[in-house]
Design a protein around this ligand. Structure first.
Ligand SMILES: Nc1ncnc2c1ncn2[C@@H]1O[C@H](COP(=O)(O)OP(=O)(O)OP(=O)(O)O)[C@@H](O)[C@H]1O
Length: 242
């Protein structure tokens, strides 16, 4: 579902992310971890062609689409409908004066998809009453689950999640992760997760890429990387994990 080779993202003369290889298959969860500013979000955004003003090289394929050569129309068609982005503060991306149910129905119509919004919110363990609420009336965790519900309704096969639980308390984090894990199993979702939370990553990721200063310093099966890290930086990250 995601196939990246020799990706390099530069802002001006500065290379902020260099990823030689990144693959995420259906039903698989891959996590990119690393401290703030290591290039995780830049990598994620480049997969949907969302790094404005950046100079991007290499090969990026998402759901069979060559993102680097795709037209703006092809990119719009894939964003949301096939590859959904769950951001740190999803409320900011939602129109504040539109009820969530209307937002979802509009998105479905835009992409020509027939789906039941009630079933979609139930699939992420939200009360269907949420469809009558406005974005400012829901919590961060609910907004993230709504973003996932929207992806499910649209039939997305790929979820790109940027620190999906960073601003949330531990109980809410567990809820969002439980939802993602279940959907990964039941719907064969490919999930790419960006996080600095290694404890979270250990509960969901099959494979991990560790980034430092824009470079991948270590990658491999999550169980191996987290239990027996080979790079000193990964060991530091693990030691910093409570
Ligand atoms: N639009 C931009 N223009 C110039 N530099 C940018 C731009 N966006 C990001 N950067 C730089 O790229 C580097 C990587 O940023 P990025 O957001 O990918 O890191 P991150 O690992 O996701 O950090 P965080 O965990 O804090 O979100 C940073 O040094 C950042 O300042």
């Amino acid at each position: 579902m995601i196939e990246v080779r020799d990706l390099e993202v530069r802002y001006g003369a500065r290379t902020v992310a260099r990823v030689p290889e990144l693959d995420v298959a259906a039903g698989e969860c891959v996590a990119i971890v690393g401290e703030s500013g290591s290039g995780k979000s830049t990598t994620l955004m480049s997969l949907l062609g969302l790094t404005e003003n950046a100079d991007v090289s290499g090969s990026i394929k998402v759901c069979g689409l060559d993102v680097r050569t795709a037209s703006p129309r092809e990119l719009r068609a894939i964003r949301g409908a096939r590859a959904a982005l769950v951001m740190q503060s999803p409320q900011a991306a939602l129109s504040p004066t539109t009820r969530l149910g209307t937002l979802m129905r509009r998105a479905l119509k835009l992409h020509g998809v027939t789906a039941d919004p009630v079933a979609a919110v139930k699939a992420v363990m939200l009360d269907p009453a949420i469809l009558r609420r406005y974005p400012h009336e829901i919590s961060g965790g609910q907004a993230q689950r709504f973003a996932i519900a929207l992806a499910i309704a649209l039939g997305a096969g790929v979820v790109l999640a940027d620190e999906p639980t960073s601003a949330l308390d531990v109980t809410v984090q567990a809820e969002v992760i439980t939802v993602l894990r279940r959907l990964q199993r039941e719907r064969d979702l490919a999930i790419l997760l960006v996080s600095h939370d290694l404890a979270l990553v250990s509960t969901i990721a099959d494979r991990v890429l560790v980034m430092k200063d824009g470079e991948v310093v270590e990658s491999g099966p999550a169980a191996r990387v987290l239990a027996d890290p080979s790079h000193p930086y990964t060991r530091d990250l693990l030691e910093a994990t409570p």
